[in-house]
Design a protein around this ligand. Structure first.
Ligand code: MTE
Length: 321
């Protein structure tokens, strides 16, 4: 695709603004199974945050209770977001409140025995939820630590029952130019798409996210369902998912489609391979002015390095492409 504008990865970093966020009241959703109870009433940066909390509080997965760095304050992470559907600045939180997440349905299709659709509440009844604290490293070289709530991606794969020929899982974000004005911009290959191998998707680290900081996911975080792959650059962690497709063709992600010399399929965090326009050796935590060294696989190598055995030099370019 020919595009007229480069991705705005280098936008000035205006960290925290005091902009007021719209509140969006959501109806109470009840009847969720034990451990997955949701009291979904508020979904903004709420004056009464208790209304949007998961109740009962999801259990912390003890294997992911300590990310080795302090959790980044919600007041920072919820006002500094990449969600290009709502604009190319970091301050899209207010605009993102236009997205209605009521009655959200996810379509599962492709190489599965029976394609089906499932509402988000039904999905959570099937999967349950837990809390995990993960590091997140953006390709732009900023990073954060977030206590996510969600369920292992492997549970989604099990639910979908892919056929043996399925080698990849492909995720797609909603498409609605009335809600997300930037989707009218023809130089972007909407809708946002991302994909992983089935082996990556069933790794224990791969996580489907429905909440953060004990609460239902803020819209700017990608409500009501997003991905978090902590060993990959943040652009792989697709938001506001409406479709999951199992396929034998390697999916071409949104940014890879736009500029494949800068954004690859694997996109494993790798300090040894610089982005063509900046270093990846260090990163700036959102709550700090200092840069810290970036770790291979964002520090999760013990869990995931084996997935890439035989792909060549473990510090080389092939982990990225
Ligand atoms: N998903 C969609 N649909 N649209 C996007 O623009 N941006 C990605 C990823 N998922 C993006 C997306 C990028 S570049 C990053 S770094 C993370 O979301 C940012 O997540 P955050 O806003 O919760 O920090």
């Amino acid at each position: 695709m020919i595009y007229q504008r480069k991705p705005d990865w280098l936008i000035a970093e205006n960290l925290v603004t005091d902009e007021r966020l719209f509140l969006n009241r959501r109806k109470l959703i009840s009847g969720i199974g034990a451990g997955a109870g949701l009291a979904l009433l508020g979904n903004g940066l709420d004056a009464a945050p208790a209304e949007s909390r998961f109740e009962p509080a999801p259990a912390m997965n003890v294997g992911f209770a300590d990310a080795g760095r302090q959790i980044t304050d919600e007041s920072i992470t919820s006002k500094y977001n990449n969600f290009y559907e709502f604009g190319s600045s970091k301050r899209i939180a207010a605009e993102a409140q236009k997205l209605s997440t009521d009655d959200w349905v996810i379509e599962i299709d492709g190489l599965v025995d029976k394609p089906f659709q499932i509402g988000i509440e039904d999905l959570l009844k099937r999967t349950g939820v837990e809390e995990r604290i993960y590091r997140h490293r953006c390709v732009e070289a900023w990073s954060m630590v977030v206590p996510w709530i969600g369920f292992p991606m492997s549970k989604l794969v099990t639910l979908a029952q892919p056929q043996s020929g399925a080698k990849y899982i492909r995720f797609e974000t909603f498409m609605d130019t009335n809600v997300a004005k930037e989707q009218r911009a023809a130089w972007y290959p909407w809708p946002y798409v991302e994909g992983f191998t089935i082996t990556e998707a069933t790794n224990d680290l791969a996580f489907m996210v429905v909440g953060a900081y004990g609460k239902v996911l803020h819209k700017q975080f990608g409500a009501p369902l997003r991905v978090h792959m902590p060993w990959k650059f943040g652009f792989k962690s697709i938001k506001s998912i409406v479709k999951v497709t199992f396929t034998n063709e390697r999916p071409v992600g949104f940014w890879e489609n736009l500029q494949n010399k800068e954004y690859g399929f694997w996109a494993n965090v790798n300090p040894a391979v610089d982005h063509p326009r900046w270093t990846q050796a260090t990163e700036r935590p959102l709550d700090s002015d200092d840069r810290i060294p970036t770790q291979i696989f964002n520090g999760y190598g013990a869990q995931v390095a084996h997935l890439y055995d035989g792909m060549g030099d473990s510090l080389g370019d092939r982990l990225w492409r």
